[in-house]
Each structure stands twice: as structure tokens, then as C-alpha cells.
Design a protein around this ligand. Sequence first.
Ligand SMILES: C[S@@+](CC[C@H](N)C(=O)[O-])C[C@H]1O[C@@H](n2cnc3c(N)ncnc32)[C@H](O)[C@@H]1O
Length: 251
Amino acid sequence: MRFHVLTLFPGAFKGPLETSMLELACRRGLISVEIKNIRDYTHDAHGTADDYQFGGGAGMVLKAEPIFEAVEDILGGRTPEQRANIPIILMSPQGSRLDQRLAESLAGAEELVLICGHYAGVDERVRQHLASHEISIGDYVLTGGELPAMVLIDTVSRLVPGVVGSQENVDGDSITSGLLQHPLYTRPVEFRGMSAPDILRSGHHAEIDRWRRHESLRRTLERRPDLLATAELTTEDLSYLRDLGYEPADS
Ligand SMILES: C[S@@+](CC[C@H](N)C(=O)[O-])C[C@H]1O[C@@H](n2cnc3c(N)ncnc32)[C@H](O)[C@@H]1O
């Protein structure tokens, strides 16, 4: 998976991309992240990438020309068919909300172009005539699109085979599995009077799986009952949930 990022602040990506699993994924060639400084596509002596808003108002707006030129540089040499398969994503609080399903659909592409806005935002012509997607990471406003782009890179990268050691881990994650995950414990067994459940050290794999499934169902019912409407539930799951007071909408 190749990510191309357009930003005025390339340094913002250094830490996350040089840490832990993403650093390893880059080193092993499973993902690559190519950062382009939007300022490198300006043509005046000052490298002007933002300007005052037409109509007045506080806050600078990122100019359209350098962003169009940077995207054209990235896509240069690609056939129209190849270009059509590369999502061009404007990070924006006005976009579709990023969730696991959207991340899974983006992970199907071989390359993604991510445009990071800053200040008051980006010239509207980028959204209308260049971007194919507009994505928000949640209903709050950040100073720039760098953290949102990093969030998207991280969540999509986890779905690239080999980035996370075991596919089982990815499939069993909260949300991905359709439910919230069961609680996790590691050594020591006793810590300040708090103990890990005996069942997890019993060696009875069927019993452990059953305990984990029940904890996962209980936790989902308590915290995210909305997920139960679309989760794949067995008759035994439903019977357990009913004992906890859950009533499926269609019953
Ligand atoms: C301060 S915001 C501009 C918000 C803009 N004035 C508006 O009301 O839509 C600056 C940039 O940060 C990024 N950004 C801020 N919040 C975001 C979010 N929740 N999701 C994705 N990008 C966001 C976008 O790239 C945006 O252009």
C-alpha cells in the first residue's frame, strides 16, 4: 500500500512513522508513505501556499494551484484507468466519518493520496474538482489535517497483510469483529490485590473461548448495544444476551 501525503508540515509525520509497527511495516516494504510539501509546488519567491479569504474573514486558506500541481505530479505517468483507481482524499471535518468499514474499503486500493488542510481550510475548488473523497475522523475540529491523515494511514495499514503479526488479532479487534473485545490480562496473576480470572489460566480452551465470548457480548450490551443489531450472533449468543436483559428489535 502506497500513501502519498500532501502537507505544509511534513515534520508532523516523523514520530508516528518512525515508531513501532508502522516503522517496521515501512522498513519491510509492506507500506510506503511519501510526503510532499505543498510549498514545493508554489512558484513565487516566498513559497506562498495560503492566502486571505475572498469576502473577508479570519484565517488563511490553502491555495488550489499548488495542491492541484502536487496531485498531478503524483499521478503523472499513470494511465486514466490507474488514476481512476487512486482515491484522492481531502481530510476535512465536513467529510464522511472514518470508520472500520470505510478503512476496509480504502485498504482495497493500492495507493491513496491524502490532502491535509490547515488554518481556515482549503480552497473549495480542491474539494469540488480534485478530491474523490472527503473524510473526517470525528465531530471535532483539529488545527490541521496531519493528525487525521495519520489516523487514516494507521488504521488502513493495520489491514495490510503482515503489518500486524497475526490476522487473528485484527479479526478479533473491537468493532472489526462486530462486537467489543473481551478483557485482556497478562502477568502477574495477582497485582495489588487484583487478580486475573482463573479460567484464563485453566488450559481449557473451549471454556476460555466461551468466557471470552460472553464477556465480549456483555461488554457490547453495556457499552455499545447499537452494535448488536448488526453483529453475527448465534442462538447461544442470543440466549446469553436475553439472560442479561437484551431484547432484539425484531423479537
Ligand atoms: C481548522 S480546520 C478547518 C475547518 C473549516 N474551517 C471548517 O469549518 O470546515 C483545518 C484543517 O484541519 C483538518 N481537519 C480538522 N478537523 C478535522 C477532522 N475532524 N477530520 C479531518 N480533518 C480535519 C482539515 O484538513 C481542515 O482543512
